[in-house]
Design a protein around this ligand. Structure first.
Ligand code: CTP
Length: 227
């Protein structure tokens, strides 16, 4: 992919969005519930602010926001490859994708057929763990800003802090299952130092603006301490 020149104030922000799809056979797959709306809203807001944006998207029905470089991927491993590439010269990452934690241990080359001689039979599907994309890039994030998401159905704050530590992120945006496929969401943004900001029942567009702003402020304060 050809690299575009950046102006001084312009950041290169990488945003991931949507689910990943882990194929069982050519016609079936495992996936996560995710419309991609949050990630696309973030990419749109970042581009509107004049940043260079690489949007790595799983299979979703969303239009590419103006001014955004979109890379379409299918599986978690595809997303990891695209992410590693884009992250190389990035200033920040916002990881809104709903990555599938497991994939089938093998993908069948042909359609998985029922055995007509065994009606009602129980079948099993062996799964293996996918790489953790955020933890992988978090390990070598250096002074880049990394924001992860956490979708929790209980004990949210404690689990979100745990994820921030395990994946070495600077922020975690915590939300609940009500955000899935919806146009609005409730998010608690947790920073490393424990600082928290909360937006309840706001549009994803509104939250996207705040998340981009948090990344900008973090990067600006880092570069101020360096000069
Ligand atoms: N994530 C990732 N790679 C994975 C799984 C998750 O990069 N294999 C990222 C998500 O994009 C998100 C963050 O990690 O930014 C947290 O994702 P979440 O699904 O809430 O947590 P998991 O790490 O998958 O843990 P669990 O499913 O046990 O809650």
């Amino acid at each position: 992919m050809a690299r575009k020149a950046k102006t001084k104030a312009q950041l290169h922000l990488v945003v991931t969005a949507g689910p990943t799809r882990e194929h069982i056979d050519p016609v079936r797959y495992l996936s996560n519930e995710s419309s991609g709306k949050m990630g696309f809203a973030i990419a749109e807001e970042a581009a509107k602010k004049g940043h260079r944006v690489t949007l790595i998207a799983g299979p979703v029905h969303q239009e590419t926001p103006a001014g955004v470089d979109r890379v379409d991927v299918v599986s978690a491993r595809d997303m990891l490859a695209a992410l590693k590439l884009a992250f190389e010269d990035a200033d920040g990452l916002i990881m809104a994708a709903a990555v599938a934690d497991y994939r089938p241990a093998r993908k069948r080359s042909g359609k998985w057929k029922k055995d007509p001689s065994k009606p009602g039979q129980e079948v099993g599907l062996a799964l293996v763990e996918n790489p953790d994309l955020l933890a992988t890039v978090g390990k070598r994030k250096g002074d880049r800003c990394v924001m992860g998401f956490a979708l929790e159905t209980s004990d949210g704050l404690r689990r979100a802090f745990g994820k921030m530590q395990r994946k070495n992120t600077d922020f975690i945006a915590l939300n609940g299952a009500a955000a899935l496929n919806a146009d609005s969401t409730s998010v608690t943004l947790i920073a490393r130092d424990g600082d928290q900001q909360e937006w309840l029942g706001k549009t994803k567009k509104y939250v996207a603006k705040r998340l981009v702003m948090a990344v900008e402020v973090w990067i600006a304060s880092k570069s101020a301490t360096r000069t």
